[in-house]
Write a protein that binds this ligand. Structure first.
Ligand code: URP
Ligand code: ZN
Length: 466
């Protein structure tokens, strides 16, 4: 009888294709067999657990500089927290300064991360120029496994104008890059910020007024028009408004290929968070902002109807006691972004699966399989199949957790969901066959994770929502 290095015994295996009781045999860091009565030199008892593919978070900002400050999680603390939340692959960003070479920035980012990551990782490129030398460099980097390009329609220093977007989209089309877009109209934001501050409206509660849905939906529609012009698929990060989803549906109906990401914060927290006293509303400043309840309902429907393809965190941790205090007298100085690298699956499982809003296979599809397919990580990542990396989560559906900054591993001084109770959490997490979380405790090490070069983007067959 064949002996595997490790057998995961008796778990309930979950993939987007369905749910089945099976053993999993692991050899040389990969899944070597899925069956019954498999034998291993070592065994992990998974009875009573769901066995999920290692989850993938395609949108995180670890040790991201913004002016003179840097997000609080570094590559080690952030990836350790990711692991504790069931995530075994993250995709962060390379963000060169204006005029800086993307290749040099990629080298610098790799030097920051390599040897310090507890899970596997990859990096998105960022397009902040359409100069010919710049386009040549990103095309070459695409050939080395950096196969997605972030485009911002807001934020000085990094945003790109329509004519640049068209050039960058052309490069994406020619070189197998997936364009991923932060869509907010910069002029509307600047106008609203100036108007609010001039009226003395400086508190965090005015943050959502400065970034209205019209700003997001206008930028979504404009980028859709630009993508249609070039005839290239496009992926929108952190969509927050019902009207944006509707615009995307219209574009799909007209034949465009469009992918949508949503975040747990936009699904679960609403704009009332900004009204909290004692400046606590500052904890929730992010771009786009939290919205009115009707938008949360639309995002959940988007998940249910297949109109949303991924749930990612946009983990962007800033401390409340220091970083966010910069905006005490002016909400526009509060650094944007919420922490969430560790809590994504806990929240989506509890409020999605336990609440009957999405099925368990759909949860896996949103958090692992679709991210892998869209971002060139499949077939190694995102599924439970022979030949795939043995990135696995033994998910305990009965484990109850009270979310709190004091017990989470992410390094930031608050939790947006402080005191919330959830049921269902990772018990054991494996990265390429090695246990990195055991009974909820991190047992991995920096340097266990590797850089993963990604395959060129190719559109998925059919409409994503069909
Ligand atoms: O508020 C956010 N989202 N901050 C992180 C940077 C970005 O916009 O993705
Ligand atoms: Zn982001």
């Amino acid at each position: 009888m064949k002996m595997f290095d490790l057998v995961i015994r008796g778990g309930t295996v979950v993939t987007p294709a369905g749910i089945a009781r099976a053993d999993i045999g692991i050899e040389d860091q990969r899944i070597a067999a899925i069956g019954t009565d498999l034998q291993g030199r070592e065994e992990l008892d998974a009875r009573g657990m769901y066995v999920l593919p290692g989850l993938i978070d395609v949108h995180v900002h670890l040790q991201m500089p913004a002016g003179d400050i840097v997000t609080t999680d570094d590559f080690f603390t952030g990836t350790m927290a990711a692991a504790c939340g069931g995530t075994t692959t993250i995709i962060d960003f390379i963000e060169q300064l204006p005029g800086e070479s993307p290749r040099a920035a990629a080298g610098a980012r790799r030097a920051e991360a390599d040897g310090k990551v507890a899970v596997d990782y990859s990096l998105h490129l960022t397009g902040n120029s359409s100069a010919p030398a710049f386009l040549e460099e990103i095309a070459a980097l695409a050939g080395e496994g950096y196969t997605s390009l972030k485009l911002y329609t807001t934020y000085a220093d990094i945003m790109v104008e329509d004519k640049d977007i068209l050039c960058l989209l052309e490069t994406c089309k020619s070189h197998g890059l997936l364009p991923i877009v932060h869509a907010e109209n910069d002029a509307i934001i600047a106008y609203e910020q100036t108007r609010l501050l001039a009226a003395g409206l400086t508190a965090p509660r005015y943050h959502p007024h400065s970034r209205p849905c019209t700003a997001e939906t206008e930028a979504v529609q404009r980028v859709l028009a630009l993508a249609a012009t070039v005839d290239v698929p496009v992926y929108f990060v952190h969509i927050s408004c019902a009207e944006s989803l509707e615009a995307i549906e219209r574009a799909r109906a007209a034949g465009q290929t469009v992918y949508v990401e949503v975040t747990p914060q936009h699904l679960l927290l609403d704009e009332q968070a900004y009204d909290q006293p004692d400046f606590e509303g500052a904890k929730y400043c992010c771009a786009p902002p939290l919205r009115a309840r009707r938008h949360l309902d639309a995002l959940w429907r988007g998940l249910q109807w297949g109109r949303v393809q991924t749930v990612a965190t946009d983990h962007c941790p800033w401390d409340f006691a220091t970083h966010r205090q910069r905006g005490r007298d002016n909400f526009t100085l509060i650094p944007n972004g919420l922490p969430g690298i560790e809590t994504r699956a806990l929240l989506l499982y509890h409020f999605g699966v336990n609440a009957g809003r999405i099925s368990l296979p759909r949860f896996v599809e949103l958090c692992a399989t679709m991210p892998a397919l869209l971002f060139g990580l499949a077939p190694r990542k995102g599924n439970i199949a022979v030949g795939a990396d043995a990135d696995l989560v033994l998910w305990d559906p009965g484990r109850e957790i009270t979310l709190s900054a004091s017990s989470l591993h992410q390094r930031v001084d608050y939790c947006p969901y402080e005191g919330w109770q959830v049921r269902g959490a990772p018990d054991t997490v494996l990265l390429r066959g090695q246990v990195i979380v055991r009974h909820g405790q991190f047992v991995g090490a920096p340097a266990m994770g590797r850089f993963v070069p990604r395959a060129p983007f190719s559109p998925l067959p059919g409409r994503p929502d069909r």
